[in-house]
Design a protein around this ligand. Structure first.
Ligand code: SF4
Length: 446
């Protein structure tokens, strides 16, 4: 019988996708999935390096696994993902019992690494290699195990920007894009397997192919890709994550009117409302440029849902800078916002800036925005009260299996009572009750 493995995933959707890929490869090589870490003889932590806290947590977990290795002869454990690239061989000093570390661009070698360990090799490290940083999901997509009606499709990996607070360009390397053809084949494959919704993903999706593929009739390569994905028969919904504010032009805004499958929700990571802070972050847009895009989206698209990422307490952020972020927050009425208290990330330019903001100030600013968010998200959800929404049904609720949940096109989570037979279908739900984080309703014609 094959060895059992367990993969624990930290961080973003790209990591989730990479874990799926490793899982498919291991299953293909005769390994078996374990339901828990304890039941596995191979444990992989697929890690995130965006915040130091996440790395500390993963190291703690690895140290616990090292104890297990001391007691179990045939047990292997290792690190995949951004932390493997960021800390490199240092990982083996911090956790001497560690068996392997595989950078994001090399995860397709996971089965081979395990084989080498079984043959007696020790402490295997596979860093990213120039030109090999892209994990080409297209090659392996037919191994994907489809677990949801909504699937993430990686279209690019890595990032060529140089935001002063971000470690991603170091861990995932320079941007590499997949060909449109391979992306379309994967979408087609997913639809054939019952997927109704795809999220096109990458560090900066709207810069997809910008240096390689020419504009056609003023349309960027990303817009051309959206049009092609839209034409896939049987696909119901398209989302993308994340765009860069500076690459959001009219050809993309027009897609919301021209492509009915494109969902009326955008995640727009604005980071700050102050031009001074945006410059220090090395974000190449101004507050006004971002506002122009967001206002245009709200004007052109009915009830356009907007979510964002914001960092508070970036080095040098003054009261006036923060006030501008507050104003922007009030002006846009975000449906959702992920507010991060800035914390220095070793290896980034911002960590070396000398005007770091005290933690107590970061916390205070964080609380101010979270309070605002509670008000704006409730107000935005209120707009859907008593309306009928098409809900793509995902799964039963963990609290009550008689209650199902799914998402509206505006990416509002909806709970309603119905039979599990509806999972995977788009059904009409009348919204009768709302909270800040979800809508609740009644199945119509049910
Ligand atoms: S755009 Fe900036 S924040 Fe986003 S991944 Fe690239 S460097 Fe990091």
């Amino acid at each position: 019988m094959g060895r059992r493995f367990f993969i624990r995933t930290y961080g973003c959707q790209m990591n989730g996708h990479d874990s799926e890929l490793m899982e498919s490869i291991l299953l293909d090589h005769g390994f078996l999935r374990a339901d828990s870490e304890d039941a596995a003889s191979v444990v992989i932590l697929n890690t995130c390096s965006v915040r130091e806290q996440a790395e500390r947590k993963a190291i703690g977990r690895l140290q616990a696994l090292a104890w297990r290795k001391a007691a179990e002869k045939n047990f292997y454990f290792g690190v995949a993902g951004c932390m493997a690239q960021n800390l490199g061989k240092e990982l083996f000093c911090r956790v001497p019992a560690l068996d392997f570390a595989i950078a994001p661009g090399r995860i397709r070698s996971v089965a081979e690494v395990l084989k080498r360990l079984e043959n007696g090799e020790k402490q295997i490290f596979l860093p990213n290699e120039e030109g090999e940083t892209f994990v080409n999901g297209s090659i392996d997509f037919c191994r994907r195990k489809i677990t949801r009606v909504s699937a993430f499709v990686s279209i690019a990996n890595g990032c060529n920007m140089n935001c002063s607070y971000c470690i991603v360009p170091k861990t995932r390397g320079r941007e590499v894009c997949r060909s449109m053809d391979s992306i379309l084949r994967e979408v087609q494959f997913l639809v054939e397997k019952g997927v109704s919704e795809v999220t096109l993903g990458g560090q900066i999706v709207n810069f997809y192919g910008i240096r390689k593929i020419p504009f056609v009739n003023g349309k960027s390569p990303f817009v051309q890709l959206l049009e092609k994905v839209h034409a896939v028969d049987g696909l119901e919904r398209i989302r993308f994550l994340s765009p860069h504010p500076s690459g959001f032009r009219d050809d993309l805004i027009d897609c919301y009117a021209n492509l009915p499958k494109l969902c009326p929700h955008v995640h727009f990571p604005i980071q700050s409302g102050s031009d001074r802070v945006l410059r220090a972050m090395r974000r190449p847009y101004t507050r006004q440029m971002a506002l122009n895009v967001l206002h245009k989206l709200r004007r052109n698209v009915s009830l356009m849902a907007i979510s964002t990422d914001l960092i508070v307490g970036f080095p040098g952020e003054t009261e006036e800078d923060f006030r501008q972020t507050e104003q922007l927050f009030d002006e846009i009425d975000f449906d959702m916002a992920f507010v991060f208290k800035y914390s220095p990330r070793a290896g980034t330019q911002a960590a070396a800036m000398d005007n770091q903001i005290p933690g107590s100030v970061c916390e205070e600013r964080n609380q101010i925005l979270l309070k605002k968010l509670a008000v704006t998200s409730l107000r935005r959800n209120q707009l859907f009260l008593n309306s009928q929404q098409p809900v793509l049904v995902e799964a039963p609720s963990t609290k009550d299996p008689r209650v199902l949940w799914g998402y509206t096109p505006h990416h509002k989570k909806v709970f309603f009572s119905a039979s599990e037979k509806l999972i995977g279908k788009i059904v009409p739900v009348k919204i009768s009750y709302i909270t800040t984080c979800a809508l609740n309703g009644v199945l119509e014609n049910g």
